[in-house]
Design a protein around this ligand. Structure first.
Ligand code: PLP
Ligand code: LYS
Length: 437
């Protein structure tokens, strides 16, 4: 059994996280339940920041809040002194409600609405990552009408195919995101932006994809951007103060995954950027990165209660739990793989291989297809590991299943940070067509 972060077992043989007995948490808050190991998130955050400090490179490490956004989560990020990447009015609103310093908020998105842009300008956010020509126009109009300047990065697609699932690739030419770097779009965007007094172009941004294990793609992307920066310095006297290399650092979900340490990604990429900048006779810019998964992914564990089971002779045994694609859609969406153990006896020997099914009315509602596990009984608590990124964040109400509660654990204490949805919550926005008979 692989223990993440502060997890371990106690004298009862139960799985503990942050010094808290997970079985007690399941009793108190019910299941499905998301548990976050906050010490591990802090360690990862410090790891990224300290690596840049040691390298003597000015940086901003912006947490990609799409991975998991909640008021409490953003407060932890604020405490750790990171910056924040938001991609919608909703994520921005959450950050502001959490008291996050707007100056350190970077606003992403390939179709920001005028309302979202106005809201961000009114809050005084630090930077817009401009994705397309339409946004360039509506942002500059909004700035002029409010008489507020905006700092921007131009998001570019460098034409890099990173090795990951097709749905989470973003740096390739055929992508909905960003200005194409190779076909002249990015240069056109730069010229337009430089001509607008209300916009201050800080530099370039790219994000090549997610759950990436090698640094080659990041380095190639940096190379392509720096090649252009050298030309643009000559042609427009443009100096990129910032180079944002996005997020995407891969993590361990199962024993097949062998990521390098976050600090190693950074060291390797930065060393290449330094060389490339030097060779291009450009001064080193500030480096911004946007990790999401690598900050919170392995800090999250989901607890479920085991219910029914079904044996399909000579094929497999299904073991059903009380959640599924409603709280973790990643297996259905990306064939994502997870490991799990029975939280009330994580050290018990594996006796069989089961397929862990959810409770949604959908054959594809599976969490794990082939889990080696001790014989589980109804009422056992199953802990699925490494669910901290894009788990709760992509939870939904399919089949009108309520979204789980979220608990933070640290130093032996637990805090409920998102309440479990109630049935009343589910019908809160429903309006009857007829009066109740
Ligand atoms: C622009 C951008 N930045 C950062 C991230 C965070 O990626 P990850 O969670 O893989 O670190 C994403 C998501 O893939 C993204 O689209
Ligand atoms: N949601 C995806 C990653 C894409 C993130 C945003 N660009 C996942 O679960 O892996």
């Amino acid at each position: 059994m692989h223990y993440y972060g502060t997890s371990g077992t106690n004298e009862k043989g139960h799985l503990t996280i942050g010094g808290v007995d997970t079985i007690e948490l399941a009793k108190e808050y019910g299941t499905p339940l998301y548990i976050y190991d906050i010490a591990l998130i802090r360690e990862r955050a410090k790891g990224f920041k300290e690596t840049f400090e040691k390298l003597g490179v000015t940086s901003q490490v912006a947490y990609a809040s799409k991975a998991f956004s909640s008021i409490a989560m953003i407060q932890v990020i604020e405490e750790e002194g990171l910056s924040l990447d938001v991609v919608s009015g909703g994520e921005l609103y959450t950050a502001i409600q959490a008291g996050f310093d707007p100056e350190r908020i970077h606003f992403h998105g390939n179709n920001k609405s005028k309302e979202e842009i106005n809201m961000a300008l009114d809050y005084g956010i630090g930077c817009f990552v401009v994705d397309n020509f339409h946004e360039l126009e509506i942002l500059s109009e909004a700035c002029r009408s409010k008489n507020i300047p905006a700092s921007i990065l131009l998001r570019v697609t460098p034409g890099i195919e990173a090795h990951t699932h097709d749905y989470i690739l973003t740096g390739q030419e055929d992508s909905k995101f960003g200005f194409d770097l190779q076909n002249g779009q990015a240069e056109e965007a730069l010229k337009l932006a430089l001509a607008k007094n209300e916009l201050k172009v800080l530099g370039l941004h790219c994000h090549i994809g997610s759950q990436i294990f090698e640094t080659t793609g990041f380095k190639k992307a940096a190379e392509k951007m720096i090649e252009k920066l050298a030309v643009w310095k000559q042609n427009y006297d443009f100096t990129s103060q910032v180079l944002n290399l996005g997020g995407g650092f891969g993590i361990r979900y199962t024993k097949e995954d062998t990521p390098i340490a976050p600090s190693e990604y950074v060291k390797d990429i930065i060393s290449e950027v330094k060389t490339l900048m030097k060779n291009a006779s450009l001064s080193m810019p500030e480096i911004w990165i946007e990790p999401g998964r690598s900050l919170v992914g392995d800090a999250g564990t989901t607890l479920y209660t085991v219910g029914s089971s079904k044996v399909v002779p000579d094929i497999r045994k299904y073991l059903a739990v009380d959640g599924g694609m409603s709280d973790n859609i990643r297996p259905a969406l990306y064939d994502a793989r997870y490991e799990a153990a029975i939280a009330n006896r994580p050290e018990a020997d594996c006796e069989e291989t089961v397929a862990v099914a959810g409770k949604c009315c959908e054959s594809g509602d599976m969490l794990i297809w082939d889990l080696p596990i001790a014989k589980a009984q109804p009422g056992d608590v199953l802990a699925v590991f490494c669910t901290g990124a894009y788990g709760y964040a992509m939870a939904n109400n399919y089949n009108r299943i309520t979204r789980p509660a979220v608990v933070f654990v640290e130093n032996g204490a637990a805090a409920l940070v998102i309440k479990r949805e109630s049935y009343e919550d589910l019908v809160r926005h429903d309006l009857p067509l007829y009066a109740h008979k």
